[in-house]
Design a binder for this molecule. Structure first.
Ligand code: ADE
Ligand code: ZN
Length: 334
């Protein structure tokens, strides 16, 4: 099974680039930028990664991102993640980045986007991994701040495919961002959002109805409402699930209780993703391996998950079909 998972062609659809920041690279970049971090060693950093909830994690995650200053830092962070993709047979990835985490500290939008997108171009050429970018608004900040970020993104519009909504969910409902989502769609961005990770099914309804999203990040709590489940199936929206993240942030107590299999049985389209792999104890393949074991998933289930990852990606139809063909060939031979 492990070998099958490692070789399975797949796409990652829920990944925060700031959440891929491994302690070793964080120390290296902190040193070259002369920035102090509140940890003495890699072990000390890893010890700090014990979270009771989403906010516990976010406090540490934003601190880690503080050492990213130069375009090269964003390049190195992104290329390092894409190298891990190549090793895991992640053929395509849709990368979220949080511009406000950086512009709030005085880093130019241009520095962030140029570093990340240059790494993506190089990865396609050198590693044969394709990618696209999702600009995520931070929901703990105001809608006005998100609108400012939208404006800053416009000169680089061609480099960005979609928008997302992340950070502290509870108390920051999707309705707070209705206007900026509409304005972003008017600019050609595809709307996506985190919903139902810690927030209730009501937040998922809002994300669908008010923000008009076409794919749901997490969405675990959609299961609270059978009418919502029906609606998601009817509209053919996928949920990008993140099993190890859910365990780390105590959204789910035990992987054996993870809703992934139940969702598949209900007819929901779901995918497996790593969210913030440097913080949650595993890259995408580790997520597949652990959830397969906990829920006793069959090869057919794994094939279905990989198929969903391409089918519900934001790629054009031609590229989707190419990857799906590669996957079918693999499945037939294995
Ligand atoms: N930012 C990075 N990871 C996140 C998550 N799991 N939920 C909300 N915001 C995030
Ligand atoms: Zn996320």
């Amino acid at each position: 099974m492990i070998d099958f998972i490692n070789k399975l062609p797949k796409a990652e659809l829920h990944l925060h680039i700031e959440g891929t920041f491994e302690p070793e690279l964080m120390f290296e970049i902190a040193k070259r930028n002369n920035i102090k971090i509140p940890f003495q060693s890699v072990d000390e950093i890893k010890m700090a990664y014990q979270f009771n909830c989403l906010q516990d994690f976010l406090d540490i995650y934003y601190q880690g991102a503080n050492v990213l200053v130069k375009e090269q830092d964003f390049y190195d962070l992104t290329f390092s993640y894409l190298q891990k993709c190549a090793l895991q047979n992640v053929r395509h990835t849709e990368i979220m980045f949080d511009p406000q985490t950086h512009t709030e500290r005085g880093i130019a939008f241009e520095t962030v986007i140029k570093g990340i997108s240059r790494a993506c171009v190089d990865a396609k050429e050198k590693l044969n991994v394709s990618s696209l970018l999702i600009m995520s608004y931070l929901r703990h900040l105001s809608e006005e701040d998100a609108l400012k970020t939208l404006q800053q993104s416009l000169p680089y519009k061609e480099l960005i495919t979609a928008i997302g909504l992340d950070s502290s969910e509870k108390g920051n409902p999707p309705s707070k961002f209705k206007n900026v989502f509409q304005a972003s769609v008017d600019q050609g961005y595809i709307p996506l959002a985190h919903a139902g990770e810690e927030g209730s099914s009501e937040y998922v309804w809002e994300a669908i109805d008010l923000l008009k999203i076409i794919r749901i990040d997490h969405g675990n709590n959609a299961l609270q409402d059978p009418i919502l489940v029906k609606e998601i199936i009817k509209r053919d929206f996928a949920l990008t699930l993140c099993p190890l993240s859910n365990i780390s942030l105590q959204v789910v107590d035990d992987l054996k209780d993870h809703p992934l299999k139940k969702m598949m049985e209900l007819g929901l389209k779901v995918t497996v993703n790593s969210d913030d792999p440097a913080y949650f104890g595993g890259q995408i393949n580790q997520n597949f391996i652990e959830v397969q074991k906990a829920l006793d998933l069959s090869k057919e289930d794994l094939y279905e998950l990989a198929k969903n990852s391409f089918q519900y990606s934001l790629l054009n139809e031609n590229m989707k079909q190419e990857y799906l063909q590669e996957l079918r060939t693999f499945y037939k031979e294995n």
